[in-house]
Design a protein around this ligand. Structure first.
Ligand SMILES: O=C(O)CCC(=O)C(=O)O
Length: 284
């Protein structure tokens, strides 16, 4: 395992692409041992989900899309990844930040053949932080073809629009209690463009990926469209979210999902604060 250090340098071209497009693919950046560790962690995690976990989709054939977040406190495998893997350095390098805090982990697990497609969205409006210097490291733990992988609209992270976001709370066929159902319409300035009507016109990108590869994206970029799996392929994805220099805690009037504001207050964090504490630890 490459402890902390990058397996390959992140090049100036990677940094330029991340700043310009809001997304970059990095190849072979995580040793197989990191992937095996995360896969072991995920197997244990699926047996003991957090209270935030939910099924986003269950179809007539019983195929599911499972989601959960902020499991690292209970999962030593995820903890080791957060504190010891090259992820923090990847984030700091691409963000050009002098420090990075870990925000949270989220997993997206589709059973083979799941047709569920993640709706197009930006992440920041759902988050209880705000700032430009944020990224997600999206890591498939199994091979995935570009047509089934998460897709992006390059450059859309630079928009000033506040999109009328999809409400992920309604993706809850079990009708679990205490799921926030958000109405972004009161704060939205724009509708999300109909990207699927003409992906080429929006310059949509996605990549064939193997375990060890990752896509790093800014939380303001429009992304979605993953899924539509063939019958013989599932898709397990581990994501980690990272915060750089300009990020502050932001408690929003609507839309926080997952809503970490109570947890943040319990850790002494308030609106406008720098991220920190045991909840959002500074890694670099
Ligand atoms: O993997 C997916 O389908 C969704 C991932 C996503 O939207 C995210 O990490 O923000």
């Amino acid at each position: 395992m490459t402890l902390g250090r990058l397996r390959h340098p992140v090049s100036p071209e990677d940094i330029d692409a991340f700043r310009r497009d809001g997304v970059v693919v990095l190849r072979d950046q995580f040793d197989p041992e990191w992937i095996e560790l995360l896969a072991r962690g995920l197997a244990a995690h699926l047996d003991a989900p957090t209270p935030r976990a939910r099924i986003w989709d269950r179809d007539a054939e019983g195929r599911t899309m499972f989601w959960d977040s902020m499991a690292w406190h209970e999962r030593p495998e995820y903890q080791r990844f957060v504190f010891e893997s090259p992820a923090a350095e990847i984030a700091a390098t691409l963000l050009g930040s002098s420090r990075v805090n870990f925000f949270f982990d989220a997993v997206f697990v589709r059973s083979p053949g799941s047709q569920f497609e993640t709706p197009w969205h930006q992440d920041e409006p759902y988050w209880s932080v705000s700032g430009h210097d944020t990224c997600t490291i999206w890591m498939p733990l199994v091979p995935v073809a570009a047509k089934n992988a998460l897709a992006f609209v390059p450059g859309s992270h630079l928009t000033n629009a506040v999109f009328d976001q999809p409400d992920f709370g309604v993706l809850n066929p079990d009708d679990k209690a205490d799921i926030d159902r958000s109405d972004f319409s009161a704060i939205a300035t724009d509708d999300i463009p109909n990207i699927d009507s003409d992906r080429a016109a929006h310059g949509v990108v996605s990549w064939d990926m193997n375990p060890g590869d990752c896509v790093v994206f800014n939380s303001r970029i429009l992304h979605g469209g993953s899924g539509l799996l063939p019958d013989d392929a599932g898709l397990s994805v581990f994501t980690s979210k990272w915060l750089g220099d300009d990020v502050r805690i932001a408690f929003r009037d609507v839309g926080m999902d997952p809503d970490f504001s109570d947890m943040m207050r319990d850790h002494g964090l308030d609106h406008g604060d720098l991220p920190g504490s045991d909840l959002l630890p500074q890694i670099l």
